[in-house]
Design a binder for this molecule. Structure first.
Ligand code: B12
Ligand code: SF4
Ligand code: SF4
Length: 360
């Protein structure tokens, strides 16, 4: 007879050995906050991320047994990643900032390896007939809502899963299973109370009052997932963010003094701030080589150069002008051209405003 409580304890021990920092168990049904998710999609807040609104994935998000037949439990896991070193330093002229999660090698592969090892362990204990399905980020699963249901922590107003005393610089992952593992108590405390810091600090004011965000305005979306030009009214809000955005986490008091955990995703391979003008000399192949296996390949060369041009336009530094003008002459990609054209205008307008001041 299988002792499920003992199995649960053994899974916890093995998960910790593999490098998972937190673990909790949730029943797979009912799906927490599914109606909130549907309302979010209905409002169009998913922007161009069509996969989030596809009928088949909508249904799977609402019913994990459509992903794994007979699904009964979700083993929710969290892995800490490296926190920003210098919390509030702005980029120096010519530099762009990389969000903290993106500085190590791509987490998907690393965490999936850990999940596969945990799967093997469970199979070794209960036999291969038990059904297991692992995801990290890319599956049609409400990862934050389930992590909270499994007792890990609360979803803050900034929409991030926060673990008390540990903060929110965490990746989430899960294993769906047909094993009826005893669940944890859901996390019910409100960790935000009257705090509004993230809402006030968000550069694009995209944080909604209901623990969700309007992704179409979020800098993380605009600089990573968005394949097109960035709307002019949002370009200046990007500030110094070359890739992703950490503002709503950096201002969060739960990240002020979290007890640091050893990240299992390794040490950073990219700096916190990257020199921007050098990016414009990268060919497609040298771009791939330089950022190989890091998240910076996600927006491709086009997206990263678009972002770099916008940051340079925001900084209005004269030194970038000849480089931007050269790109305008030699580049054919409309997305890069749009961003460089805007940047050149920003720098020139700034120069003539300074000239006017000198003339006065
Ligand atoms: C699409 C996506 C994005 C989009 C949209 C983000 C968003 N906030 O909706 C964009 C590209 C903008 C994005 C950005 C980021 N992302 Co992202 N993203 C996802 C993805 C794939 C789906 C998220 C989603 O479904 N969004 C729709 C909203 C409505 O759902 P939700 O975020 O799950 O929110 C639910 C909870 O708020 C829940 N809820 C729970 N408790 C409570 C309590 C109350 C009172 C209420 C009302 C609701 C509520 O209700 C909502 C609906 O179910 C998940 C992976 C996954 N499969 O879940 C990663 C994920 C959320 N991203 C992650 C990360 C790390 C980031 C960034 C920090 C990266 C960066 N530095 O740039 C930013 C953070 C931006 C932010 N403030 O949320 C992590 C978050 C880890 C954490 N600690 O929360 C995840 C879980 C990936 C992972 N496996 O680690 N992301
Ligand atoms: S990631 Fe940046 S832009 Fe997106 S919600 Fe947070 S602060 Fe706002
Ligand atoms: S900054 Fe304040 S309101 Fe925002 S998530 Fe953190 S505690 Fe909650």
């Amino acid at each position: 007879m299988l002792d499920l409580s003992q199995l649960r304890e053994d899974i916890k021990t093995e998960a910790a050995r593999l490098g998972f920092n937190h673990i909790g168990f949730a029943p797979s049904s009912p799906v927490p906050h599914y109606q909130d998710y549907l309302a979010w999609v209905e409002a169009g807040f998913h922007a161009e991320m069509a996969y989030l609104a596809r009928q088949d994935t909508l249904e799977k998000r609402g019913d994990p047994s459509l992903i794994l037949e007979g699904c009964q439990s979700i083993i929710c896991l969290a892995v800490s990643y490296n926190q920003p070193e210098t919390t509030l330093r702005a980029a120096l002229p010519g530099e762009g900032r990389i969000s903290s999660y993106a500085r190590t090698q791509d987490y998907h592969e690393q965490i999936m390896d850990m999940l596969k090892q945990l799967e093997s362990f469970i199979h070794s204990r209960v036999g291969s007939e038990s059904q297991l399905k692992s995801y990290v980020d890319t599956g049609p699963v409400l990862e934050r809502a389930f992590a909270s249901q499994a007792g890990l922590g609360a979803v803050g107003k900034n929409n991030c899963l926060i673990i008390p005393g540990k903060g929110s610089y965490l990746f989430l992952a899960e294993i769906l299973t047909n094993l009826p593992l005893p669940p944890d108590q859901p996390f019910t405390s409100d960790l935000c109370k009257n705090c509004q810091r993230c809402i006030e600090a968000c550069p694009t004011a995209c944080i909604q009052p209901d623990h969700t965000i309007d992704a179409s305005r979020c800098i993380s979306y605009l600089t990573i997932e968005n394949k097109n030009t960035i709307p002019d009214n949002l370009k200046d809000k990007i500030g110094h963010w070359l890739f992703g955005c950490d503002v709503c986490q950096m201002v969060c008091p739960h990240n002020a003094r979290p007890s640091k955990e050893t990240p299992s995703v390794g040490t950073p391979v990219l700096p916190e701030f990257l020199e921007l003008t050098q990016l414009f000399s990268l060919s497609e192949s040298s771009f791939k080589e330089k950022f190989n296996k890091t998240p910076l390949t996600r927006p491709k060369r086009t997206g990263l150069l678009r972002n770099a041009a916008i940051v340079l336009g925001n900084q209005k530094g004269d030194h970038a002008l000849p480089i931007m003008e050269n790109v305008l002459k030699n580049e054919s990609d409309p997305v890069i051209l749009d961003a460089c054209g805007w940047a050149v205008n920003q720098i020139k307008q700034n120069n003539s405003a300074n000239q006017d001041l000198r003339d006065d």
